[in-house]
Write a protein that binds this ligand. Structure first.
Ligand SMILES: Cc1ncc(COP(=O)(O)O)c(C=O)c1O
Length: 391
């Protein structure tokens, strides 16, 4: 059953896309949870960036660069059913969360920030730092390093909660949080939800409108095969107009090229209202080929294949008596399987030498992430390599 044969016509079509990724010719690449494979098209995209810069110089801004963050934002938005013009692009997720944080006032009674221990630490560091501005932090702990009890999260969200910045899919264990339930509770008591979709958008269908989230963030470098430097911030359009980020700059000004002195006049255009300084144009060029391939692959097809292949990995791990730190219920599991082995860090280093590309995280173990381009044979090869190296 787990031969290299794809299981359906959909999967055959997905495997056709392998040729777009040079690294797949020389390695078993199971690391989309960290850095997705580079599409071949990025060479041309980078050349196009250089050609435009070389030939058009400063005129490039007016001719195409100024609008690029919005255009790429809309391309990302299509993958999460965000309305056009509701996404701005930024350097990283921590910055996106900081922009949201800068819209908030922690001086009143409603000053509580609720998140879980399984959030990505970088964003925790940002929210922790808001204590100096009056924020109270309530962090819900994991009891098994895989999940966090939903009821405990819901119970912590109360009338004094200002915002709930949480991960949709946990980076350590790939557990999918019930974002809908969390948003419902938050909105019932007047709190906001900021959903970190780094490990959901690109591995599974996400609909920010159906979820009703106030903000969503994530980046293209992992599952969207878009390289470092492009992250996205979605803001619910009706809410956007009422927010005034203190982390702001001239790109968010109503008339940026008037260079007015003094306080800013925020634009009502959501894509720009949450931006600040000059966008990272080179990174935006690099992001586009991957986004095009992901659109072509289709989120439903990617998700179906991911469920099947993560199940294969779990089965192979079980057969060898390895500890799996990922939900067994496929509906609660994102795209990664974490396998906790003694000496996991050393095993990981050996695997990399053999061109089996995975990573190791404390309290998770080896993280393995099949993506739409992964064959079943590669899963078997990776597991065999782990076995050989462990011995
Ligand atoms: C869930 C999640 N959020 C955020 C980040 C990264 O944050 P930043 O873009 O600020 O480096 C990661 C991982 O690299 C992550 O797994």
């Amino acid at each position: 059953m787990t031969s290299g044969n794809p299981q359906s016509a959909d999967e055959t079509a997905l495997l056709e896309l392998r040729k777009e990724f040079p690294i797949l010719e020389r390695s078993v690449y199971l690391i989309s949870n960290s850095l997705g494979a580079m599409p071949r098209g990025v060479y041309n995209a980078t050349r196009e960036y250089c050609d435009v810069w070389a030939s058009r110089g400063v005129r490039a801004w007016e001719e195409q660069w100024w609008d690029m963050a919005r255009v790429v934002g809309d391309e990302i938005g299509q993958l999460m059913n965000a309305q056009p013009g509701t996404i701005s692009c930024h350097q990283n997720v921590t910055q996106c969360e900081a922009i949201v944080g800068s819209c908030l006032d922690f001086s009143g009674k409603r000053n509580k920030v609720v998140y879980t221990e399984m959030n990505f630490p970088s964003v925790m560091y940002f929210w922790e730092a808001q204590r100096t501005l009056g924020a109270r932090i309530e962090m819900i702990k994991t009891e098994d390093d895989v999940t966090v009890p939903l009821q405990k999260v819901l119970d912590a969200i109360d009338e004094e909660t200002l915002i709930v910045p949480i991960s949709h899919v946990f980076f350590r264990s790939a557990y999918i949080q019930d974002a809908r339930a969390i948003v419902e509770k938050a909105h019932k008591v007047g709190a906001l939800v900021l959903l970190d979709c780094f490990h959901s958008v690109g591995t599974m269908p996400v609909d920010v409108q159906a979820l009703g989230v106030d903000f969503a963030t994530g980046g293209v470098l992992k599952w969207l095969c878009g390289g470092p430097g492009t992250c996205y911030l979605y803001v619910r359009p009706d809410l956007a107009k009422t927010l005034k980020p203190k982390l702001t700059g001239w790109v968010a000004h109503e008339k940026p090229f008037r260079f007015d002195i003094g306080a800013t006049q925020y634009t009502n255009d959501t894509a720009y209202r949450f931006m600040n300084g000059t966008p990272n144009i080179a990174a935006l060029y690099c992001a586009r080929p991957g986004l095009k391939i992901i659109r072509e692959a289709g989120m439903e097809r990617i998700r179906a294949k991911s469920k099947r292949q993560t199940e294969i990995l779990i089965k192979l791990a079980d057969e060898r008596g390895w500890t799996v730190k990922t939900p067994r219920d496929r509906e609660q599991r994102g795209g990664t399987v974490s396998i906790d082995l003694p000496n996991g860090k050393e095993i990981c280093a050996e695997l990399l030498k053999r061109d089996v590309v995975v990573d190791f995280r404390y309290k998770a173990g080896l993280r393995m992430s099949p993506h739409f381009y992964t064959t079943d044979e590669e899963l078997h090869a990776a597991v065999t390599a782990v076995e050989e190296v462990s011995e």
